[in-house]
Write a protein that binds this ligand. Structure first.
Ligand code: CP
Ligand code: NVA
Length: 306
């Protein structure tokens, strides 16, 4: 029984297998229609979601399983009853728990007490399912993921942390370009560097946009993550030099753009870049959430993949 809390549970070969299974499922979805037959998966969300909620639900259905969506209106996790009892009860009825939570500790609590796989659907520190879809997209468009150089611009957050983790595992090149004091989590970056020592990955933290010259992919995300009520305009001056726009792409020579979405057009990314089909891989990336998560569900929960 395995969990997916931050992707560090998986080896390079296993992550490459997930990417390849995602692409196989995308190509021939009908071949996998009974992989979750008779299985029920809870999807529990403490925060809003469009992509993650819909793609898990659709993915579970396509694999022949049953999705039970739990918002937090009927008793928030850890409040009406403990995380431990949540995990122990759900494990008696269900075959997997997908959870989007405020605090990574809640996922660790679920994983500790559940007897079924727990999958991180975003927390304050990580968004591993998103980064799997990102690298499915990168492989589709650019080939060998170990050769691709990705630069993340903007606020150092759960996305930045998870991009360093997956980049490290895959032996890739990842740079964060964030204002000083607003970079990735130092502890997670140092763990990713330990992995990078074994895989040959190149990980860099900088605050200078020009350091990303010659990179292949520019990635961005919101300047204010869920759970933080700071208005975007209050941080505009801090992050505006890192906005992905024509000028930044010209300056760095970066040909492709990714964004996990939801996008704040006119803030971290401009309309013209977001809507330029030659440059923006953003909607392919969103589509690939479905295929990447089907691969995760198939690998962790299905009996067919044994
Ligand atoms: N990228 C992403 O996780 O989107 P949602 O917040 O809409 O699920
Ligand atoms: N950093 C963002 C990602 C949204 C998918 C957040 O946590 O809100």
């Amino acid at each position: 029984m395995r969990n997916l809390l931050n992707l560090m549970e998986f080896s390079q070969d296993e992550v490459l297998e997930l990417i390849s299974l995602a692409r196989a499922m995308k190509k021939n979805p009908a071949d996998y229609g009974s992989w979750l037959k008779g299985k029920s998966v809870v999807t529990l969300f403490e925060k809003p979601s469009l992509r993650t909620r819909v793609t898990f639900d659709v993915g579970i259905t396509r694999l022949g399983g049953h999705c039970i969506y739990m918002d937090q209106q009927n008793g928030a996790i850890g409040k009406r009853e403990t995380v431990r009892d949540y995990a122990k009860n759900l494990s008696r009825w269900c075959d997997g728990i997908v959870a989007r939570v405020f605090d990574h500790g809640t996922l660790q609590g679920l994983a500790k007490y559940a007897t079924v796989p727990v999958i991180n659907a975003l927390c304050n520190l990580y968004h591993p399912c998103q980064t799997l879809a990102d690298y499915v997209t990168i492989q589709e468009h650019l080939g060998d993921v170990s050769k691709v150089k990705l630069a993340y611009f903007g606020d150092g957050n759960n996305m930045t942390n998870s991009l360093f983790v997956i980049g490290a595992i895959l032996g890739g090149t990842v740079m964060s370009v964030c204002p000083k004091g607003w970079g990735p989590d130092a502890q997670i970056f140092s763990e990713a560097q330990e992995i990078a020592k074994k895989t040959g990955a190149k990980l860099t933290v900088t605050d200078r946009v020009e350091d990303a010259a010659g990179y292949d992919v520019a990635y961005t995300d919101t300047w204010v993550s869920m759970g933080d009520n700071t208005p975007l305009d209050a941080v505009r001056a801090r992050y505006m030099p890192y906005q992905i726009n024509r000028e930044l792409l010209k300056k760095t020579g970066i040909p492709y753009v990714l964004h996990c979405q939801p996008a704040h057009r006119g803030y971290e990314i401009t309309d013209d870049v977001m809507d330029d089909e030659k440059v923006s891989l953003i909607y392919d990336e969103a589509e690939n959430r479905l295929h990447a998560q089907m691969a995760v569900l198939g690998t962790l929960i299905s009996d067919k993949n044994k």
